[in-house]
Design a protein around this ligand. Structure first.
Ligand SMILES: NC(=O)c1ccc[n+]([C@@H]2O[C@H](COP(=O)([O-])OP(=O)(O)OC[C@H]3O[C@@H](n4cnc5c(N)ncnc54)[C@H](OP(=O)(O)O)[C@@H]3O)[C@@H](O)[C@H]2O)c1
Length: 173
């Protein structure tokens, strides 16, 4: 990470959506319980740590969380805690790194390729149908709607320490 940012040099905005993890109940293995902290929380923490010297003071950071932090289901205590931790990390870093702004995007279910490798189309459709019934707007979100939120957080110069939820109202149901 350190040598990556050295090579890049100065830049304006850091966004850290890369992640891979498994969400399972608390009775599952430690490896699964640790997977979201290992491959979603700490990589974002470290990316910020090593990027700071290169982010322009008028720039910003957007961390990636997930609305499961606010409305967990009964199969992912560690994942819910991980997203809650990322949302708190965003607030703490906004205080520590000002004038660089730090915000968090915490989406509901969005159509992407995440964790679908090898899954039957029927399985994907069933899962999306279930999430459709769990939010107010009655549909799953699209990647451009999450991207739009991220661009807002990057470009609104008076927004820092905020978490936005493009989730179709998932956390209110
Ligand atoms: N989709 C949703 O419904 C949803 C909802 C809430 C939150 N989120 C969050 O959104 C983020 C992105 O998910 P997505 O839905 O956009 O999934 P995605 O389409 O599968 O994208 C995940 C990306 O992360 C990269 N990646 C995976 N492991 C990595 C690693 N160890 N280091 C660096 N990059 C890695 C993948 O690269 P490769 O393709 O090269 O493997 C891929 O480009 C995740 O943090 C997820 O928790 C998603």
């Amino acid at each position: 990470m350190k040598s990556f940012f050295e090579k890049i040099g100065k830049f304006d905005h850091l966004f850290t959506p890369g992640a891979s993890y498994v969400r399972e109940p608390i009775t599952s293995s430690l490896e699964i319980a640790h997977s979201c902290f290992n491959a979603k929380f700490w990589p974002q923490y470290n990316a910020v740590k090593y990027a700071i010297p290169y982010i322009n003071p008028t720039g910003s950071i957007v961390l990636m969380s997930g609305a499961f932090s606010q409305r967990p289901l009964a199969d992912g205590a560690s994942y819910a805690a991980c997203n809650g931790a990322i949302e708190s990390l965003g607030k703490a870093l906004a205080v520590e790194l000002a004038p660089i702004r730090v915000n968090v995007i915490s989406p509901g279910t969005i159509h992407t390729n995440f964790n679908w490798e090898g899954a039957e189309q029927e399985t994907r459709d069933k899962s999306y149908d279930e999430y459709t019934n769990m939010n107010i707007l009655g549909r799953v979100g699209h990647a451009d709607e999450a991207a739009n939120t991220t661009i807002y957080l990057m470009t609104n110069n008076y927004t820092t320490g905020s978490t936005l939820f493009p989730d179709g109202g998932y956390i209110l149901r």
